[in-house]
Design a protein around this ligand. Structure first.
Ligand SMILES: Nc1ncnc2c1ncn2[C@@H]1O[C@H](COP(=O)(O)OP(=O)(O)OP(=O)(O)O)[C@@H](O)[C@H]1O
Length: 226
């Protein structure tokens, strides 16, 4: 019988390009879980994350989200999966502001009638405030690298995802906002939302993760974290 506390289920998954980087991976992410993924440069962490999200096909095995195979997940359900990429190719000279960036993430929700246009501006302002921005009209080109990282996190959170997968989310954040970031994750975990965090900051994430997956060139190891 399907265990409905399971959000993400990974079965016998092998990921890579021609040859596997990680083989026969099995794990679950349940409500309120925070799974850390650590390992050396080039081991395959980002490749794994992109495969979990369905952006790269698995070499073998499967990934299921809320009981459905990732490739079959419908848009209404897919909205509940957030992603913060490691690097962004956003062209900062492009004439858009913070509001526009958040708005783009809400388009599907509006289209599916899961959000009313009368509350749109409040939703955008509220998520921007939570991530330390006062003015939604600030142009993107005025953001520093760390502020852009905060905006990408805000963009992932605006749809209130049940699972957010983040690839090195704190790499550009200053200590004060890193602290705030972990507080926000703790609040979200309390609500039952789950996270997957790829990070080189093993000590930093150790305060929030309850499971840790180590990927190396020799293989993988999954451990519970007290
Ligand atoms: N599109 C691609 N095609 C072929 N090989 C790739 C591609 N993207 C990454 N690789 C290779 O796959 C390997 C794993 O890369 P990946 O980015 O998953 O590592 P990582 O563990 O996330 O590293 P880092 O800690 O440096 O971010 C590397 O050898 C990389 O060169």
């Amino acid at each position: 019988m399907f265990d409905d506390s399971i959000i993400l289920s990974v079965e016998n998954l092998s990921v890579g390009y021609e040859k596997p980087l990680v083989s026969n991976l099995r794990f679950f992410v349940r409500e309120g879980d925070c799974l850390g993924i650590v390992g050396p440069n080039g081991a395959g962490k980002s490749t794994l994350v992109r495969t979990l999200l369905g952006l790269i096909p698995p070499l073998s095995g499967s990934v299921s989200f809320l009981g459905e195979k990732m490739e079959e997940v419908k848009p209404e359900k897919r909205i509940r999966l957030g992603y913060v990429p490691q690097r962004t190719t956003v062209d900062l000279s492009f004439p858009v502001n913070l509001r526009d960036v958040i708005y783009v993430s809400l388009v599907n929700k509006l289209r599916l009638n899961m959000l009313s246009s009368s509350t749109l501006d409040d939703v955008i302002r509220s998520v921007l405030n939570r991530f330390g921005f006062d003015d939604p009209n600030t142009p993107l080109r005025k953001l520093s690298g760390g502020q852009l990282q905060r905006l990408l996190i805000a963009r992932a959170f605006v749809n209130e995802p049940i699972l957010t997968i983040m690839d090195e989310p704190t790499s550009n954040l200053d200590p004060a906002f890193t602290e705030r970031f972990y507080e926000i994750l703790a609040q979200e975990k309390e609500k039952g939302n789950a996270f997957i965090l790829v990070s080189h900051d093993v000590e930093g994430i150790s305060r929030i993760v309850n499971k840790c997956l180590t990927i190396s060139f020799e293989g993988w190891e999954l451990k519970d974290h007290a």
